[in-house]
Design a protein around this ligand. Structure first.
Ligand code: AMP
Ligand code: MG
Length: 337
């Protein structure tokens, strides 16, 4: 009896010791955070272990130089100025264009980077907002057709009249590139937000999942929290950029069928998957395509999770993420099926 109590005491002391050691080890991982400005947005980074701000900033600049439509030496500008000739582009550009094409095809054209002339017409590229008339829209829509892109190894061609912009996919791609360079430099735990689009590296330093809050498109308290491991979490919504004219609101995600801001089933839609470019392109596509496209897409792709906040203020989510959600502002949640 006496020995048994001594054993219990020793066990309790051992547990306390293990607790202290675990606590010490998680405290000893130093947190570094920094804020940068790139790709026309604020980038926030938190690393654990060592400060790798330089690496992140270098990678953001590298991707921006390749993909930015406003940098006239970028691969995308070269394509837009090429007058129908083939252009030699980087491996990164090919990768993003291929992912964009996949999403273009899977969304039946709801995601189409050649929508750029129409986005310009509405003034979203200059902040000189304008509601175009029907004739202007019809004319700008004439050359919107991403199916015309030709990609052969590193050689890419688009028709002379077509212009493309990867604004709906580039930030997600940058996130996954940053994840890769951080991992190459030995970082096992980090979280990056590029204008609200999140990329995680590994888990939190203590091994537990990250908690990510999803913004309320109407402002105020966040919609919900989600628990995730290493992944990309990308949200699209009309609330991100819009203008008001004559009492009407016009936002920046254009339905290529109409040339007008998409009349979405959703206020916002979040896509969670391993590939940042795919999450980004897909969130834009699903915002345009609404419930029909979400249902169709998830029936053939089990490796993505979707959280849609509907126009009637419900969360509609895929089965795989349901248990990882804690409701905050949103009160109603249902599984899409
Ligand atoms: P995101 O914030 O990722 O949803 O991307 C929105 C941006 O993508 C817009 O600001 C436009 O530059 C561009 N865009 C708008 N509509 C589309 C569309 N239907 N397909 C592809 N890109 C689009
Ligand atoms: Mg997007």
């Amino acid at each position: 009896m006496k020995n048994y109590s001594a054993l219990k005491l020793k066990l309790a002391m051992l547990l306390v010791l293990i607790g202290i050691m675990l606590n010490l080890s998680s405290c000893s991982v130093q947190e570094y955070s920094s804020q940068l400005y790139a790709m026309n947005t604020v980038v926030e980074v938190k690393f654990y272990g060592s400060d790798e701000t330089q690496i992140v900033s270098g990678e953001l600049n590298r991707i921006e130089k390749l993909l930015s439509v406003t940098n006239e030496n970028s691969d995308i500008s070269k394509l837009n100025y090429a007058q129908g000739e083939s252009v030699a582009v980087s491996d990164d550009t090919v990768k993003v264009l291929e992912t964009a094409f996949e999403i273009y095809a899977d969304s039946h054209g709801d995601f189409d980077p050649s929508i750029y002339p129409v986005v310009k017409l509405w003034g979203f590229t200059t902040d000189n907002y304008n509601v175009p008339d029907n004739a202007q829209i019809t004319s700008a829509l004439k050359n919107v057709d991403f199916s015309k892109i030709e990609i052969s190894d590193n050689s890419v061609r688009i028709p002379a009249e077509t212009e493309i912009d990867l604004g709906g996919i580039a930030k997600g791609y940058a996130g996954q590139c940053i994840r890769d360079v951080l991992k190459d430099s030995g970082i096992t735990s980090a979280i990056i937000s590029i204008g609200g689009n999140v990329q995680t590296v590994g888990n939190k330093p203590d091994g537990s999942n990250w908690t990510i809050g999803l913004k309320n498109p109407d402002g105020g308290e966040k919609l919900c929290d989600i628990k995730v491991g290493e992944c990309s979490v990308v949200t699209s919504g009309g609330y991100e950029r819009y203008f008001e004219m004559d009492g009407k609101t016009y936002h920046h995600i254009i339905d290529p069928d109409t040339g007008r801001p998409a009349e979405s089933d959703f206020k916002s839609v979040t896509v969670i998957c391993d590939d940042g470019a795919r999450a980004d392109g897909l969130s834009t596509a699903l915002y345009v395509g609404g419930f029909d496209l979400v249902k169709e897409y998830i029936s053939s792709h089990s490796d993505v999770e979707v959280i849609a906040y509907t126009v009637d203020d419900k969360l509609a989510v895929t089965q795989g993420i349901y248990d990882k959600i804690t409701l905050c502002f949103a009160e109603t949640i249902e599984i899409i099926g």
